[in-house]
Structure formats: C-alpha cells, structure tokens
Design a protein around this ligand. Structure first.
Ligand code: GLY
Ligand code: MN
Ligand code: MN
Length: 437
C-alpha cells in the first residue's frame, strides 16, 4: 500500500467528518503470551488502514480543517538503548517524514495535549468500548474540558462512532487492496495444493498444518489470518477445530481451513479431500452436493443481488440434495421453511473478508440485506457435517464433515474468485493426489 493511498483514506474520512470534528484512533496494545514472551505484534486494522504505521503505542488524531496540522501522530520517542534491544523506531521525525503526519508528539504527551485539541472541537469521532485504557483517559480529558467552562471553553457536544464510518470505507476494497488480497489467496491456494500432494494415511494433522504454514512463510506471507483447522474424519465435523493433534486415517476425509495473511490482508480457504486420495461413494455423493451448492452460491455473487442471495441458493441446493440422498425426508420447500438443513449445515454461507478474516461492514442496512457492490470481498463456504450417531441417518454418512470455501470479489459485471488456484472438483483433486503419491 502506498503512502498516497493512506493519505487518500484520511482525506475521505475527513470529508465525511466535516469541520469542527476530531477523530482519535489508537493502535493495538502488545499482547503478552506469558511472562517475558510476547505474541507477534499485529497493528489494529482500523488504525493501520488509516495510518500505515506499524508500531505499537501510537494514537492517530485527525482534525479536518485545523490550520497548522490536520493529522497528528502520537508515537514512541527514539531511544538508542531500547532500539538496541528491539529494533528501530520511527520517532517523531519518522512519523512526519515516512508516514505523512503533519505533526507528531511523544506518546507520553497525550494527556497534556489532547484535552487542548478536544476543546476546539464540537464533534468527537471515537470507537468507544474497544480500548478500555483510552476510554478511561477520554472521559478524564472530557472532564478536564468541562472544568474550564467558566473560562468560556465549550468543548465537544457530540460523540460519533468512528468505527461505523471506517468500517463502511473498509468494506469497499481499492484496486491495490484487491491486488494484495489476490496475492494472499494465491499463496494460500498453492499451499492447499501442496497439502493435497503430501497427504497420506498415518500423517498427523499437525504435519499438514506445519506444511501449510511453511508453504505460506516461504512465499513471503509470514502470518496466518487465523489458526489453521486441520480435521480428519470426525474432527472435520467440529467447525473451528484447531487442536490438529490426531492421526489422519485411511478411508477418512480431511478438512483443511487455512489462509495466510499478507500485508495485514486475510485469505480464508477451505478444501476437503480423502486422506488416501480416493473419495468413497458416500463421501463423493456428499462432496458433489456441497460443491454444487457452492457453485450455485458463487453464481449469485453479482452486483445488485443482496447479501443473503448466495446463502439462499446454497440452502436450496443442499436441502434438495439431502432429500435425494434420503438424509432428510419431506417436502423441500417445507424443509427449507422449517430450517431442517440446519442440523447438518448450521453456519452461514460466508462473511466479508479484508484486513480481518471476519471483516467489518454491516450486512443489513435499515433492516434489509445489503446489496452487493463492486469492490466488496466475501467468502462462499457452504458445508455439511454428519457426526457419528446422527439419529435417523444411515451409518455410511457418519463422520463426514465437508466445507468448500473460496474468496470472491464482486466486480462490475459479476465476480472473480481470488482463490481459484486451489483445486476443488473430484477429478482435479484425485488427479493431483494420485500424482503426489
Ligand atoms: N476460517 C474461519 C471461517 O471460515 O470463517
Ligand atoms: Mn475458513
Ligand atoms: Mn470463512
């Protein structure tokens, strides 16, 4: 992402805020794993979206129309001693020169400077409830401003949910965001291919996890967008199984839901295939059904259709298919109305995808499903899960868990599948796995 793109986003937000407004946005805190060990640092998505600033302990302030500095970045000071241990910091000079801030102050000066900035504004754009430390300080600052009322200080009159505005911006991906997401999906799709070639009975689930992470990191994607799910047999029926600790067995399916993060943009792909490389007749029947549902859902990803159209298409195909296979009994339309499919397909067909794997953006507007528009990116991921012991279901269907998930961008005339490099037809998968033997 270029500096110009971050500046463009700040201008767009400033236009929406209007004069007399201030936006205050903190980065994410460092997360401690245990004692002196930290989790790898991940900037807050909203903060990074507007600033491109990668360091912790930073707060961005935007004051549209302010004369000498509209964009102020509070961040850590340079510190040769700390930098010797932890690496370089941008400092106040770097904030201005490399990250485009009009002005920058040490993060330790926030309590002194922010009340003065708040005094001059009528409207505060702030995401309350996301950062308890800053929430508390914000109410202290507002309290300080109030005590100066007799000195003629008016202070803010209105609080506005900043996240609501930012999240609407983030829902529409720019050309360069789509380029990054395409690259993330391509890296993940190739990693999935690699796993299909390596998979065999006797491997531990975590071996596939390790190979997936290795393939992504080797291709330049250092982080996973979420913990990889590698579930063989019955574990494939656990929707967010992340233990990945069992052995993959001959005759079972394996469900792999994994996606890398590239430049803080997520991919999210699921493929399900036979551990031994050949679908059994019952696995194949259910797999073909989920694939048919997925293709029907993807076909509904078109500008002008609404958010629920892909889900409705998937539900229709799955319900009809389950009746044909004798797993559900009754009339298709009434089974759909009664949501009988939910016993085997209990989640929705997708979610927005972006800097967060379950990305931001409203799914409904004024109570109605949102229309799909070019630049939106979503997953399409129907599934079927039939655990052992499912009452009234023949044994041959037990322990089959299937999900097929792709990342799809809405285009002007339809859609584009970012994750298309990951094979998903029975013929493609069996051929690839045969070659891998
Ligand atoms: N990997 C989480 C999801 O598919 O939503
Ligand atoms: Mn997924
Ligand atoms: Mn997903």
């Amino acid at each position: 992402m270029t500096r110009a793109e971050f500046a463009r986003r700040r201008r767009q937000l400033a236009r929406m805020m209007g004069p007399g407004s201030i936006a205050i946005l903190p980065s994410a805190p460092v997360a401690h794993r245990n004692r002196d060990a930290e989790y790898p640092y991940r900037p807050d998505s909203d903060f990074f979206y507007l600033t491109g600033f990668p360091e912790p302990e930073a707060v961005a302030v935007l004051i549209p129309g302010r004369r000498h500095a509209e964009y102020v970045l509070f961040c850590r000071e340079r510190d040769p001693e700390k930098e010797m241990w932890e690496g370089a910091r941008a400092g106040q000079e770097g904030a201005k020169e490399e990250y485009g801030a009009d002005d920058s102050f040490p993060i330790g000066d926030l309590d002194d400077i922010l009340p003065r900035m708040l005094e001059q504004c009528e409207r505060v754009f702030y995401a309350m409830g996301c950062n308890p430390d800053l929430d508390r300080r914000m109410s202290e600052w507002i309290g300080q401003v109030r005590t100066r009322a007799r000195a003629g200080v008016q202070g803010p009159l209105e609080f506005v949910a900043l996240d609501h505005y930012l999240h609407d911006m983030r829902l529409y991906k720019s050309r360069s965001e789509i380029k990054t997401m395409r690259q993330a999906a391509r890296i993940s799709a190739r990693a999935h291919r690699r796993l299909m070639q390596l998979c065999r009975p006797g491997l531990a689930e975590w071996r596939l996890e390790a190979e997936f992470v290795y393939a992504c990191v080797s291709a330049g994607a250092r982080y996973q967008a979420y913990r990889p799910i590698v579930g063989g047999g019955a574990n494939g029926c656990v929707l967010h199984y992340v233990d990945n600790g069992d052995e993959l067995r001959d005759g079972d399916l394996v469900l792999v839901d994994a996606g890398c993060e590239l430049e803080w943009y997520a991919s999210d792909i699921t493929r399900t295939y036979p551990v031994n490389g050949r679908f059994s007749p019952s696995q194949r029947a259910l797999y073909e059904l989920v694939l048919k549902a997925q293709l029907a859902a993807i076909a509904k990803v078109q500008p002008g259709n609404h958010w629920d159209d892909p889900h409705k298409a998937a539900v229709r195909v799955i319900t009809r298919g389950l009746v044909e296979l004798g797993i559900l009994r009754g009339q298709v339309s009434s089974l759909i109305r009664r949501e009988a499919y939910k016993r085997f397909y209990m989640h929705r067909t997708g979610h927005w995808l972006g800097m967060d794997v379950h990305d931001v953006g409203d799914y409904k507007i004024d109570g109605a499903w949102r229309l799909l528009e070019p630049g939106m990116v979503l997953t399409v991921e129907p599934g079927l899960y039939i655990p052992a012991g499912s009452k009234g279901v023949a044994k041959k269907w037990w322990n089959i868990g299937i999900r097929i998930e792709d990342d799809v961008v809405v285009t002007r005339d339809g859609h584009d599948i970012l994750s298309k490099d990951a094979p998903k037809t029975v013929a493609e998968i069996e051929a690839l796995m045969e070659r891998g033997k």
